[in-house]
Design a protein around this ligand. Structure first.
Ligand code: ATP
Ligand code: MG
Length: 429
């Protein structure tokens, strides 16, 4: 026999035991985001490589070493999207959604980065992305943060996450600060690790974000961007914090929070947890007021965030204490004998018409009563409907509880819908 083929390293299958948790989270944001006026946009997962180089920045981890880039059959350089903002802005410009308009958009889907796979870090992972265009003030920053807080709350994760926030100031203020930082770090060359030396002139702010413990004392003493912000950014930040205070949102100002992508300015924020080891950021965002222009559009203010869904699912599963959410069938229909099989197909269809919420699995592929009941049990269903030749003749079915005991009893087929509606009520009622 030929050898089996495994999935690409770092690209996970999400199995039926896990999908109910994903669906649970998805249902939360599908309900919540529209309640803030956000609309869904669906975007391709493949874009021209140039888009990411121009937006994320040439000297970032993502563009330098994490992109899945290849030539297609026409010789065009294409890249599997490593994040969603660039594509969202590209689509906004292309379809004229941004200039002189206000847009509140969201999307979800897979992203691709060639990183070292480990817990919370994969090569295909999923994000929920939210972007707001055409609003320059701190009010929309606050709205985004309040909305992310409410999302986490509905997911039952509030107690496990904390908010960190910072301001990167204007491009000008950052350029001035950058010189200060480079000169400080250059004075301490011996203490810089290899990554930081490489970044010293290409992307020095990213050094502040270093996770290397050996670098921490040096970085603690580094000049602080907070103290070199331009006046407007300082005011913007103060007003944002006032909104958060009004809403009772707890936060920690982290002067070293810089984010890994080049396009951010002013507000940046992250929701982090200490429950997932090193991969603790579950949501990250901020303003990117120059990105639309950078990608060829007329200037439009913008802000947004992205949540890492794998990390949310991991937190959710770890903290889940209720009954496991499941897509298990509630009802399993046993049909023994050719006439019963034929009738059962129609009966199952009738039940699905009458009780649209019912999760009913019909036994297909035959088998004895005993083996069908074993399948019924393994399916996780709470109840079996049994239809044999004898039941068929009498116009009845047997109902057998599969969980928590209870007697099997006989019900007239004409009363089955009503009986089931009582036993397995609609979740909406
Ligand atoms: P990190 O510092 O963890 O590498 P990042 O700054 O690269 O994160 P962003 O590009 O801001 O991350 O992406 C937003 C969120 O997407 C992250 O906070 C995280 O939850 C998730 N994420 C990013 N990269 C991965 C990955 N390789 N696997 C799983 N989730 C990821
Ligand atoms: Mg990263």
């Amino acid at each position: 026999m030929a050898g089996t083929i495994q999935a690409v390293r770092g690209m996970n299958d999400i199995l039926p035991t896990h999908t109910p948790y994903w669906q649970h989270l998805e249902s939360i944001w599908r309900e919540l985001l529209p309640s803030y006026g956000y609309e869904e946009i669906r975007l391709p997962i493949l874009e021209k490589t140039e888009l990411f180089k121009r937006s994320i920045g040439e000297v970032t981890d993502i563009v330098e070493k994490e992109m899945y880039t290849f030539e297609d059959r026409n010789g065009d350089s294409l890249t599997l999207r490593p994040e969603g903002t660039a594509g969202c802005v590209r689509a906004g410009i292309q379809h004229g959604l941004l200039h002189n308009q206000i847009q509140r958009l969201w999307y979800q889907g897979p992203m691709f980065r060639h990183e070292r796979p480990q817990k919370g870090r994969y090569r295909q992972f999923h994000q929920l992305g939210v972007e707001a265009f055409g609003m320059a003030g701190p009010d929309v920053d606050a709205e985004l943060i309040l909305m992310s807080a409410r999302l986490l709350e509905r997911m039952g994760l509030s107690g496990m996450v904390g908010l960190e926030i910072n301001s990167l100031g204007s491009a000008r203020a950052r350029a001035e600060y950058r010189e200060l930082l480079v000169s400080y770090l250059s004075d301490h060359m011996a203490e810089l690790d290899e990554d930081s030396r490489r970044r010293l002139h290409s992307n020095p702010l990213r050094i502040l974000d270093s996770k290397n413990p050996r670098m921490q004392p040096l970085l603690e003493r580094a000049p602080r961007l907070q103290e070199h912000l331009d006046a407007e950014s300082r005011e913007h930040f103060a007003r944002l914090l006032a909104y958060l205070d009004d809403a009772g949102i707890a936060y920690r100002v982290n002067p070293r929070l810089v984010r890994g992508l080049d396009y951010y300015n002013r507000t940046v924020f992250e929701w982090t947890t200490d429950r997932l080891g090193a991969q603790g950021t579950v949501c990250a965002g901020g303003r990117f007021d120059s990105l639309v222009e950078q990608l060829g559009g007329r200037p439009v203010a913008a802000a947004g965030f992205a949540m890492g869904i794998e990390r949310l699912v991991e937190l959710l599963m770890e903290s889940w204490d209720g009954e496991q959410p499941s897509g298990f069938p509630q009802l399993y229909m046993v049909v023994a004998g050719p006439a019963a099989e034929r009738h059962g197909m129609l009966l199952a269809e009738r039940l699905r018409s009458a009780l649209p919420w019912l999760r009913l699995r019909l036994n297909c592929g035959g088998g004895s009563f005993k083996s069908q009941l074993r399948r019924a049990d393994r399916s996780g269903a709470q109840l079996a409907v049994i239809l044999g030749e004898r039941e068929l003749e009498q116009g009845v079915v047997a109902l057998k509880p599969l969980r928590g005991g209870g007697e099997q009893h006989v019900v007239a087929e004409s009363e089955l819908v009503e009986r089931l509606a009582g036993l397995i009520p609609s979740p909406a009622s």
